[in-house]
Design a protein around this ligand. Structure first.
Ligand code: NAI
Length: 349
């Protein structure tokens, strides 16, 4: 079914507010989740609301956090999230990074002690909409086998990038360092679909097509994705003095305890390099160059990175955002949560 963006956001906000988030935090969380669904990133949209609602209701997200921004150098800082909602903490930290990069040319801000922050291109697009380059990366719970390993160690540790063009668009990258994000498994579960056998392994380490049978995810491109996950964990975890590797708390364990996840925002101001106008013009040119590359057999057009999301945005603006019926039913119901996420096996339904 299809919903207007403002209606989806309002349903999500109401549910998270009822679960216990204050209005401001619920509003930002709903904005980040709607942002994801509006781009076709359904793995990080409304499908997550019930999980968040359960964690909030059980006290595993601080609904009254003492957020503090600590400037640690001319172009660096740490945002203390105090176990609060990750969406708003990461957003406020990016606001600080934007201010700092406007002044200093660059900014590197760590965000610590937060819960899950969703589709992290939300934060890089904050920077790009201010004419800056945004980079963000974060830890997530251990569910990925290291190259050559049979047990999970790293999370799906995503990396996002956004840069502005001269015509209001952005070139973006937003990817988990796994073949697929865990949310894609959740989405397949919610739609009762099978998954390709290249995404994940079962408890024997064998590839599986059943989303209910997943025991660990596979990194992209073997040792290369494994190395990127390591880099994300070092920069957004170890650098901030946070738990790292398989000591990162699981999303689905101890729903009554605060999480201590880390995220790192890097913002670069093109004014301190080639100049804003030149930079934006060249981004526009490179997007156009890419669109003009001769397509390979089976492709009608080469898209610039992120253009797949831009196409979905246009469709949804006209026709409404596509939402799974069961999720819509849950959102408009009075149920806060069905107590289905709080258990020790992150991979079980
Ligand atoms: P994906 O595989 O759907 O897309 C990866 C990238 O490829 C995107 O930048 C997308 O725009 C680009 N792309 C896809 N098709 C394209 C095409 N035809 N032409 C050009 N570019 C194309 O993304 P993935 O890895 O499934 O991640 C989904 C979301 O999950 C992201 O928003 C990520 O931030 C989020 N995530 C969040 C986590 C967290 O703990 N907060 C953990 C892991 C993922």
């Amino acid at each position: 079914m299809r919903l207007k963006s403002e209606d989806l956001k309002s349903l999500i906000k109401t549910k998270l507010h009822k679960a216990g988030l204050n209005e401001e935090h619920a509003d930002v969380a709903a904005d980040v989740l709607t942002f994801a669904d509006a781009r076709g990133i359904h793995s990080h949209g409304a499908v997550r609301v019930e999980y968040y609602a359960e964690r909030i209701a059980k006290g595993g997200i601080n609904t009254n956090p003492d957020f503090k921004f600590e400037k640690t150098g001319p172009a660096s800082g740490v945002f203390h999230g105090d176990g609060g909602n990750g969406h708003i903490a990461a957003k406020l930290a990016m606001d600080e990074a934007i201010k700092m990069a406007k002044e200093s040319g660059v900014a590197i801000i760590g965000v610590r002690d937060i819960s899950h922050s969703g589709a992290i291109s939300y934060f890089t697009e904050q920077a790009a909409s201010e004419g800056l380059i945004g980079i963000s990366m974060c830890q997530s719970d251990p569910m990925v086998v290291p190259f050559g390993g049979a047990e999970p160690y790293y999370g799906t540790n995503p990396i996002a990038f956004a840069a502005p063009s001269s015509d209001g668009r952005m070139i973006t990258l937003d990817m988990a360092t796994t073949v697929q994000a865990w949310g894609k498994i959740l989405h397949a579960r919610s739609k009762k679909e099978s998954i390709p056998d290249t995404w994940a392994v079962d408890s024997n380490g064998e590839p599986t097509t059943d989303p209910l049978n997943v025991n660990a995810l596979l990194p992209i491109a073997g040792p290369k994705g494994y190395g990127l996950a390591m880099m994300v964990d070092v920069l957004s975890g170890i650098l901030l003095g946070l738990p790292f590797g398989n000591k990162v708390s699981s999303m689905y364990e101890d729903l009554s305890e605060y999480r201590k996840l880390g995220q790192l925002h890097i913002v670069i101001n093109p004014a301190f390099f080639t100049g804003i106008a030149n930079f934006k013009n060249s981004i526009t040119e490179t997007m156009s160059d890419l669109n003009q590359i001769k397509p390979a057999p089976g492709f009608s057009k080469v898209l610039y990175p992120g253009q797949n999301n831009d196409i979905v945005i246009e469709d949804y603006k006209e026709n409404g955002i596509e939402i799974v019926e069961d999720i819509y039913e849950y959102l408009k119901s009075d149920v806060i949560h069905n107590n289905q996420y709080d258990h020790k096996n992150p991979f079980a339904e």
